[in-house]
Structure formats: structure tokens, C-alpha cells
Design a protein around this ligand. Structure first.
Ligand code: AGP
Length: 640
């Protein structure tokens, strides 16, 4: 939610920040803006709409000069916005400036006390132009830096560039941060301090990129991956002062702190389209390799499942008597699948909860509760707040995450990374498969830690899991007819999805993909629930997608779903049936039959999800929609 890049170095700040914004645009695309400091001036250009509008504005001429060419300087910042306060207009686009035009601010998050701060600023004679919460920060900084009697700041200013002095802009940011409530990543530039960019964060992402003679601040590493793979994590409530030769970090109390350095294990090409017209198509096709990466090296030589980070003892895991899974959206669907595996393998009760609801209902948690937080980005604020609540109640937290250096893993006691590489398409695809595989590994890990499954049993499951990438590849090889079918349904008004057991979360995920990509009414139901109401939605020609469980699993469940198909077909539905190879019983009732390879029951979502991803993507394309950047959405939701 909102992409941020700050830069100080030797290259053109305009080029670097624009390049960074191209890679960050998936985080929000309501407006974009850039600020550059150089030749004693701070220049800001911002436009409503996608980044291409900003690029057009930079190419225009003003007073005989090309706007972008006038933005010379090697210190700058850029922002791509997902609107919260104030509509997506030029005026509400970031960067925001103070009354003097010397200070520019970009922001991700929500400043919850902005109304009170705004009144205070109006009272003190400041002029605020936008409807945003962000703009107050520029004016608060102006007040801090220009405050009469701010002798301390003046003294600090004199020390600028010296080794011991804290930069006045850094100090002003620190003081302003103490006045803000809510969540924020801020990056600040000042016309009179061209060698420094200051960033700050609370409950919102900020990473540092350390290059040779250049330093980057960004919402995620994608922004600077073309320049450096050396990164530094910035903790909660910390401020980073970036210069060409590195950074100084302090906390909001002013105490110096260290960032945690790490190396980004993917390169710029991983975040390119690689010949595909859309990232989503590329990411769907990467799934066999991604799944193999998630599963690689998970079994130690003594047959134990290996997590990536473990700050808990074997005893801690043995003492667990209840599991909660918290997540949002697609990650929540992965959690619903995990419940089946965790309860089956560990015999522990497992509840799955939308992270946004979790802490507000005062769940019963204690030190023997394990909370599993699933998040691709590791920055989803709803999930992060659920994690914090769980830890306050002394519960243990295990994170399943795709993003090294992000906040949720840092706040957790144990971590399993999904290793899917960057996912740029806003709709989650490959990371869902990674999350499902990781959830299965967590189930096995817990069963082993609790002594319910022996090493050889766990090894046998892992071996079967390791065959799944090949089955995913096979599934991808047979989805051609799904594309044709999707195109033929481009005019449908509604699509229903039914499933049972682990097929139910798959049905939910199929419906979510269709909603977010094709802007169509789509709903997923447990097939058995249909007759309790939703069947009233079925009328002549309504497409109903049914995810059929394996007849080799619990046959009774399979037979019931076959009955459900007949029930909707009898009422005019056009049935689209996803069934295992060799399942002949479904054939008479399927208007369209999509085959997937046979798998163990709990692993089936790894293949049954794939035709649904392709279906939604192709249907959206047939409707002429942008599948990488669906309307109103953003990749990483860092506001509650
Ligand atoms: C799914 O396609 C969505 N982009 C969305 O539901 C997403 O899964 C959700 O916002 C959670 O994100 P996270 O995994 O980064 O926490």
C-alpha cells in the first residue's frame, strides 16, 4: 500500500526514483509523484493516476524547458499512492510540501491523529492544500525546524556533516514522529540539506539499500534491486538518516541502534516480465519451480523438518495445546487448508481467523497457544496487529512469509519462508501455492515436535510433497481448454464455486481471484451448504465451478459432491467440474470437465487451484482488464 523510494548518491535522482517507482507501482497506482533536491531548489512533480501520467508530465515543456530535465540533482524521492485520506487527485498526490516549499514528505500508512494536528497547524497560520493526513507532517517539520528559540536545532545544524552531530532534519523528524499516532513510513527531503534523506517507520515497511556511493530507502527491495542487493532492516519506531556513504539509525527516543544487514537472494530479472505480457501469467507459470524452492532442504539429515528461524525450544512446541491461524485474503485461504492438515496430523484444535477480526474479539490465548501468521508481504497491518496482540498475551507466533526483512517475521518466534521470489501481480498466485506447501510443512513439524508422527512417517509425507512440483507442471500443461472456457464466459454476470474439505478453501480462492481480476460477482461455498440457501442463486446458464474431492480419499465425500453437481445441474447450472484423472463418476454431470492429476487428499489444493487462477486471469483479459493492477487494490495492505 503506497510505494516509497528515497535516494542519495551520484546518479540522477530522477532516473533512479522513476525506475524504483516502476517496480513499486504494484503497491498502489492512484497517483505518483517525485521530488528532487539540486542546485539550491526542491522540485516536485506529481500526478493523479498511474505512473505513466507522471512520466507524461515529466516529458512536457514548461517555460520552454522539459519538466524532467529541470529536475537535476542526485538526491530525491518518489511515491506511488493507494489513496486513504482524500481522493486520487493531483493535489492529494505525494510528495507534500510545507508552506515554504523547502520540505517535502512522502508517506505510507495512516496518521490517525491528523485531524487534531491539522487544526493546530491551521491555528498557527499554516496553509494546507490537500485532504491528506500526510501533509501535516511537512508542516510539523516546518514548525520544528523554524521554531523560534530552537537553539538546539541550530546548534545541531552547525554540526551537519560532522561525525558526532545529529542532523537537524533527523532531529526534527524524530520530534514530529513522537507526535504522530497510527502507522507510517515517512521519507523526508529538505531543499537546504541536499546530502541527506531521512526516513522513519512505525508499523509500516522501510528497508535500506546500501550501494557503492549511494543509499536507498524503500518500501521493499524491489525498488533498488537493480542497483544493489545489500539491504538493511530497520526496526519499529526507528529513524534512518541516509547519506551517500551509509546510514545512521536512531530510535524515536534518540538512542543509536543498529540495522540488521542481509543479502537479497534474487536479482532484478526476477522482478521483470520475462517475455510474458503480464506478471500474473509469468507468476502462474513459475509455480512448479516456486513450489520446489519452498520445499527444498526442509528435511534435515536426522529426518526433522527444518524451519528458517526458530527462537523456541522443542519443549515450547511440545507444550502447545491450541493453534490459531491468522491471515487475510488469499493467505487466509491457505490457512483454511492448513487447518485440515494440522488437526489431522497433530490432533491439536486449530482455528483459522481473518486477522482483521482476531484481536478485536479478545481471543483466549496463553503461552501454550501457537499463532501461525501467514503473509506474503510480511507487512499486512491487520496480520501484524494480530501478531502483536498474540505476543502481548504471551502466545508463541510462527510466521509463514515470503519477504525476508519484513516486519511480521521479525515480530515472530519462528519463521518459515516460502521462497517464492517477488510477486508483482497484485493477485496472489505463486505465493498461495508456496503458503499451502509451507502450511503442510508446519503441520508436519508440529506433529513431529509433539511426537505424533515419527521421522520416517514425516519423511514419507515430504517425499510425496516433493513430487508435487511435477504434478503442478503437468496441470499447467493441460489448462488450454480452461482458457477457451473462460473466454466463452466473459459475459457472465455471476460465477459460483463449490468445494468440500480442502476443496472448500480452493473454491473461496477461485471466487476471490475472479472478483479481484474480472470485477464479477463470484462466491465460494462449501458444497454441502448449498441447499441451505445459496442454491437459490442458481438459474438457467449460471456457471458453477465444482472442485471435486478424490474418490480415493473419503469416497462418501466424493459421492456427496457428485450429488451436489447433479442438484445444481437440475436447476439449469452450467457445470464446470474439476476432478482427478480417472474419476469417471463425474463425467455424466459435467458440462465442462477439467482434469487434474491424482494427489494425496491434503495436497490436492496445490493442483486444483491452478485451473481457477488461469480461469480468472483469462476471463479478466477477455474483458479487457489489467490483471496485474486491478482497480482499487494494492499488493501490500499496510493500513487497517
Ligand atoms: C489476493 O490475491 C490478494 N492480493 C490479497 O487477498 C492478499 O492475499 C492479502 O491482502 C494478504 O496479503 P499478505 O499475504 O501480503 O499478508
Amino acid at each position: 500500500m503506497c510505494g516509497i523510494i528515497g535516494y542519495v548518491g551520484e546518479q540522477s535522482a530522477l532516473d533512479v526514483t522513476l525506475g524504483g517507482l516502476r517496480r513499486l507501482e504494484y503497491r498502489g497506482y492512484d497517483s505518483a509523484g517525485i521530488a528532487v533536491v539540486g542546485a539550491g531548489a526542491l522540485r516536485v512533480v506529481r500526478r493523479a493516476g498511474k505512473l505513466s501520467n507522471l512520466e507524461k508530465a515529466l516529458a512536457e515543456t514548461d517555460d520552454g524547458a522539459v519538466v524532467g530535465e529541470a529536475m537535476a540533482g542526485t538526491t530525491g524521492m518518489g511515491h506511488t499512492r493507494w489513496a486513504t485520506h482524500g481522493g486520487p487527485t493531483d493535489t492529494n498526490a505525494h510528495p507534500h510540501t510545507d508552506c515554504t516549499g523547502a520540505i517535502a514528505v512522502i508517506h505510507n500508512g495512516v496518521i490517525e491523529n491528523f485531524t487534531a494536528l491539522r487544526s493546530e497547524l491551521f491555528g498557527a497560520g499554516h496553509e494546507l492544500a490537500s485532504e491528506t493526513d500526510t501533509e501535516v507532517v511537512a508542516h510539523l517539520l516546518e514548525a520544528e525546524l523554524g521554531r523560534p528559540g530552537a537553539g538546539e536545532l541550530a546548534a545541531l545544524a552547525a554540526a551537519e556533516g560532522g561525525d558526532g552531530g545529529r542532523h537537524p532534519l533527523t532531529e526534527a523528524v524524530r520530534r514530529v514522529c513522537q507526535r504522530l499516532s497510527g502507522s507510517f513510513t515517512l521519507v523526508v527531503l529538505h531543499r537546504d540539506f541536499p546530502d541527506v534523506v531521512v526516513g522513519a517507520r512505525r508499523n509500516s515497511p522501510l528497508v535500506v539499500g546500501l550501494g557503492a556511493g549511494e543509499t536507498f530507502l524503500a518500501s521493499d527491495v524491489a525498488a533498488f534491486i537493480a542497483h544493489t542487493r545489500q539491504a538493511l532492516e530497520i526496526g519499529q519506531d526507528q529513524i534512518v538518516e541516509a547519506r551517500r556513504d551509509g546510514v545512521r539509525i536512531i530510535d524515536f527516543a534518540g538512542e543509536p541502534v543498529e540495522g540488521r544487514p542481509y543479502h537479497v537472494d534474487w536479482d532484478a530479472s526476477a522482478a521483470e516480465k520475462g517475455g510474458y505480457p503480464y506478471f500474473m501469467l509469468k507468476e502462474i507459470s513459475e509455480q512448479p519451480a516456486v513450489l520446489a524452492d519452498t520445499l527444498r532442504g526442509r528435511l534435515s539429515s536426522d529426518g526433522a523438518i527444518v524451519l528458517d528461524e526458530e527462537r523456541l525450544s522443542g519443549e515450547d512446541f511440545r507444550d502447545i495445546d491450541k493453534v490459531f491461524i491468522v491471515a487475510c485474503g488469499t493467505a487466509y485461504h491457505a490457512g483454511l487448508i492448513a487447518k485440515y492438515a494440522i488437526e489431522h496430523w497433530t490432533r491439536l484444535p486449530c482455528e483459522v481467523e481473518m486477522a482483521s477480526e482476531f484481536r478485536y474479539r479478545d481471543p483466549v490465548l496463553d503461552r501454550s497457544t501457537l499463532v501461525v501468521a501467514i503473509s506474503q508481504s510480511g507487512e499486512t497491518l491487520d496480520t501484524l496487529m494480530a501478531v502483536k496482540h498474540a505476543r502481548e498475551q504471551k502466545a508463541r507466533v510462527l510466521a509463514i512469509c515470503n519477504t525476508n526483512g519484513s516486519t511480521i517475521p521479525r515480530e515472530s518466534d519462528a519463521v518459515l519462508y516460502t521462497r517464492c521470489g517477488p510477486e508483482v501481480g497484485v493477485a496472489a498466485t505463486k505465493t498461495f501455492l508456496g503458503q499451502v506447501a509451507a502450511c503442510l510443512l508446519v503441520g508436519l513439524f508440529l506433529a513431529q515436535a509433539r511426537g505424533i508422527l515419527y521421522g520416517d512417517e514425516v519423511g514419507a509425507y515430504v517425499e510425496k510433497l516433493q513430487r508435487m512440483p511435477d504434478l503442478v507442471a503437468r496441470t499447467l500443461g493441460t489448462v488450454g481448454p480452461v482458457r477457451e472456457l473462460a473466454r466463452s464466459l466473459a459475459g457472465a454476470r455471476t460465477v459460483l464455486f463449490l468445494g468440500r474439505h480442502v476443496g472448500y478453501p480452493v473454491a473461496l480462492e477461485g471466487a476471490l481471484k475472479l472478483k479481484e481480476l474480472a470485477y464479477m460477482h463470484a462466491e465460494g461455498f462449501p458444497a454441502g451448504e448449498l441447499k441451505h440457501g445459496p442454491i437459490a442463486l442458481v438459474e438457467q446458464g449460471v456457471p458453477v465451478v465444482v472442485v471435486v474431492p478424490s474418490p480415493r480419499g473419503r469416497a462418501v465425500l466424493h459421492d456427496k459432491v457428485v450429488s451436489n453437481i447433479q442438484e445444481v445441474r437440475a436447476r439449469g447450472a452450467r457445470t464446470i467440474v474439476i476432478a482427478e484423472e480417472g474419476d469417471h463418476l463425474v463425467e455424466p454431470f459435467a458440462d465442462h470437465l477439467i482434469r487434474v492429476p491424482a494427489t494425496p487428499s491434503l495436497f490436492a489444493p496445490l493442483v486444483t487451484t491452478i485451473p481457477l487462477q488461469v480461469f480468472a486471469c483469462e476471463l479478466a483479459l477477455a474483458r479487457g482488464l489489467d490483471v496485474d493492477q486491478p482497480r482499487n487494490l494494492a499488493k501490500s495492505v499496510t493500513v487497517e
